[in-house]
Structure formats: C-alpha cells, structure tokens
Design a protein around this ligand. Sequence first.
Ligand SMILES: [Zn+2]
Length: 440
Amino acid sequence: MTHLTRRIQYSFAAVACVLAAVGAVAQSGAPPAAANLVREVADILLPPPQPDVLAYNRALYALYFVRNLWNLAGLWLLVAWGLGPTLLQAMAARVKWEPAKVMACWVAVVLATAAWALPWRLMGYQMERAYGFATLGPGLWLADRARDALLACLYAPLAALAYHWMKRRRGDWWLPMSAVTGVGVLVMAVLWPVAVDPLYNRYRPLEQGALRAGIERMAERAGAPDPEVLVMDSGSRTTKLNAYVTGIGPTKRIVIWDTTLAKLPPEQVLAIVGHELAHYSLNHVWVGCVLGILGAILIFRLLSLALPRITRATFRVHGIRASWDPAGLPLALLLLNVVLFLQSPIGSAVSRTFERQADARGLTISENGISAARAYAAFYRQDFADPDPPPAVVWWFYSHPPLRERVERALWYGLAVSPAAGRNRPKEGPAAPFTLPEAR
Ligand SMILES: [Zn+2]
C-alpha cells in the first residue's frame, strides 16, 4: 500500500506534464491524440495493481459467488431436511393462530440461514482485517450481524400476510402482496435513514465552513438547494471511503463518510459530493424505489406461477401439502433467492446506468473533472478497488462502472473535451480548460 502510494505521488509531476500536453492538444482539436493522452493520464492515476490488490479483488469476487451459492445450498438443506413440516408439526398442538405459525417459521429460517452464512461472512471480515480495512473488533462485528438478523426477523408479518392470501386467494395472492410491498418499499425508503441506519452508525450535520459552502453552491447548480448533508462515523468500522444519497421526502439526505473527509482534500470531497448531488437531482432514489416495486411485482407473479407446480412435483419428497402450506416457506424462500441471484446482471446493469448518469451530471455540478478523476483514483489507492475488473464480474454484480472508465470520463471533462465528438465542453464549465492536480 505504501509502495503504491509512493509510486502515485512520484507520478504527480508526470501527470502535470501530460495534462499540460493534453490541454494543448484538446484546444488544438486533435481528438485521437487527446484520447491517447487521456488514457496515458488514466494509466498514471491507475498504475498496474500490485499483487496484494489483485489478490484482494480475486478473493472478493470468489467470496461473492461462494457466499451466494452457499446461502442457496443452506436453504436447499432446510427444504431437504424438512424444517417447515417439522416446525409445523411441533407447533400443531400448541399454536392455533395461523399467522403465528408462519411468523415462527420465518424467524426459524432467518436465524438458521444467518447462522449458516456466518463462516463466509467471518472470512470476509477477517480478510478486511488482514488488509487493514476493518477497524471494528469482533464484538461490534458480531453485534452488527445480530442486528442484521433481528431486522430480517421483523419482516415476519409480511410472510404471514403472503400465506394468508395464498390460502384465501390461491393463484392471485401476488396482487394484494404487490400492493402491500409497494407501500412498504416507499415507507421503508422514508424511514430507513432515521429508523435503521442509526442502529449501526452515528450521524452529525456537516459543520459550517468552506466545504459546506462549496456543497451549497453545487446544490444550487444541481437544482437541489439546501440539501441535508450528514457525516457518518464510518471510521468506527472501516478505513474505506464513500458517500451516498438516501431517503425520500422528509428524510432525503446526502451522507459523507468521515473517512472520506479525513483522507481526501476538500476539492476531491466536493467532486464526490457532486456525484451524490447528481443522484439527488436526478431523483435516483425515487426511480430506484419504483423499479424495485416493479421488480417485486414481477417476482411475485413468477413465484405464484412456479410455486404450485414445484410444490406438487416435490410433495412426496418434502411433505409440503400445497403452495399455501406454511411448511413450504423455506422452499418459497429458496425459489425467491434463486430468482434474486439470477437477476443480478439486470439489477447491476440498471445500477451502472444510474451511476454513469450521476458521474456525467456530477461533473457539470462539481465543475472539476481533474479532482473527480483523482477522487476515483483514491478508491483504488486507498480501498484497493479494482481499476480493471473482469468483464464477466462487471456484468454480473458491479453496481458501478469500472474505475478506469470513471477516471477517463472525469479526465475528458476536466480537459474540456467531449469524448464523442472531440469538441470543447459547453460554456457552463469552469473558465479554465483544466487545472493542475492540487497538492495533497
Ligand atoms: Zn453513485
């Protein structure tokens, strides 16, 4: 890490020289040469990864797939071992209220799957510690996992409602379930930042000062004046950098991690907040909610068609009487998770589209492509983010475009050149065509 940082520091002088050359070429209107030079600057900001960066990212990719397949295998084992029928048999004499049975099944499945997932989650935590990213001790880590499981248990009434409608309405249970989920998604989008996030982290308003003033100026440009900007105590858990936008309506806010404030110079923090303001002004949280609801409707419809067929076909093996039998809850969750895993490329592609839009709009808000490029490069330098992930990995689960693409886009903007046409950027940009990288 130190070696990498030093290499990049040595490279800044070279960056300045190349930028000056690119600026000259950009102004003389020679796009192919400018394109080559943008690539060269990106190469300087993102030098070839050291073996530890490569090893870290390979381990992350492997862990993602292993963990997902492991979790699916865990649910399958619960189905094969007959957890649902066993639990319902045990409750038959004591519990008469049907929703209570479903909720008990739900809690049992949540706790069993959380315990099953623990070894790989522990491995992920150990890896973050080994690379020096995780700052939280085992106690807080375990408390976080317990909070995850308890939160998942709170969805038990939704499961009870689903089985209530499955029994009463049979094939078209997905209609009222979609309506409830639609309302639930919107309510949770409002409540999450004030009811759930504070269970894990502490938040404080960003204090008055030059940075706050800069953000307010950008917010005016973004057409989203007076945003709520909070600082999260991310340093209590990680050394990594981030910022995000969350909430809708009264709880809409931009959250900057305190690690980002501590490690990046103000120009780069502004570039990152510019990206978040773009999400804010493009209403991405709202659009995300609507797409989430549409996705849920589609998945419920799919389950309403598939579940009766699969239950009938496996009745003799698993002892689940019908699709509305709560004993089939682990089977329904297995199906749901298979569908969610298989739709990853779709969800990831939608997310990357949002992120590209936010990158492009964010540059016109922060008006500082060079700082944006350097901030993205900091994700590589500080967090070991992969600058060139394998295309298959990007396609399957990358929520953001690869770092090199983001750095190059920011450099193009910073150098006052449009990548498509090689023409000068519209005049709302900064007066100077480019600025030299600021000293860190
Ligand atoms: Zn984003």
